[in-house]
Design a binder for this molecule. Sequence first.
Ligand SMILES: *[C@@H]1O[C@H](CO)[C@@H](O)[C@H](O)[C@H]1NC(C)=O
Ligand SMILES: *[C@@H]1O[C@H](CO)[C@@H](O)[C@H](O)[C@H]1NC(C)=O
Ligand SMILES: *[C@@H]1O[C@H](CO)[C@@H](O)[C@H](O)[C@H]1NC(C)=O
Ligand SMILES: *[C@@H]1O[C@H](CO)[C@@H](O)[C@H](O)[C@H]1NC(C)=O
Length: 184
Amino acid sequence: MSTIVAKSSILLVLNFMLVFPSVLATKYPFEESKPCKRLVLYYHDTLFNGTDATNATSATVANMTGLDREHKFGMLVVFNDPLTKDHHLLSPAVGRAQGFYFYDMKDDYTAWFAYTLVFNSSEHKGTLNIMGADLMYEKTRDLSVVGGTGDFFMARGICTFQTDTFQGDYYFRLKMDIKLYECY
Ligand SMILES: *[C@@H]1O[C@H](CO)[C@@H](O)[C@H](O)[C@H]1NC(C)=O
Ligand SMILES: *[C@@H]1O[C@H](CO)[C@@H](O)[C@H](O)[C@H]1NC(C)=O
Ligand SMILES: *[C@@H]1O[C@H](CO)[C@@H](O)[C@H](O)[C@H]1NC(C)=O
Ligand SMILES: *[C@@H]1O[C@H](CO)[C@@H](O)[C@H](O)[C@H]1NC(C)=O
């Protein structure tokens, strides 16, 4: 029984190789410069300062630790931030970014992000899930798009961060250049 199974599975693999020779030729089918879908969005993080509850969209839920206060080591922020198509905070939001980040480096600024882009507009309905390291000392940082739902069913790709501005401790804006390499 087991030899029959083994033989037929070898045949199956051989057939597959004959029918899809490209599987053998290209181990890596994605071309970085050719995403199947691309979205450029601006993310606005307005951190609650203790009094601006009407306008703030993120808040510190665990404060920085004594390990490195200058770089906010350990500070955890939960956000539900607007996404716009241009730089302007007051432009109509095309979606929300919901999740958290925390600062995680001694002697410099880095953070770790895990969040969902939630779209509910006539243009897009669905979600994209993104996670990865924000190495702020780099001009651009690549995070992974690990999945999606709705219009972004089973999506995967790269989300490139670029700091667009930061104003003191309570507002910063990121350009998020989202390139998907698996689209349905
Ligand atoms: C918090 O932000 C609001 C709006 O920017 C500002 O009016 C207020 O003075 C700030 N409060 C503190 C404690 O910084
Ligand atoms: C909140 O945002 C609105 C709209 O931008 C602005 O008019 C208002 O001054 C802001 N409030 C505070 C406390 O910053
Ligand atoms: C967080 O820690 C900083 C530095 O120790 C301190 O200045 C600040 O007041 C703390 N914030 C909160 C909300 O406790
Ligand atoms: C999504 O948009 C529809 C149509 O504008 C609205 O009825 C619905 O409440 C929205 N859902 C959420 C979760 O915002």
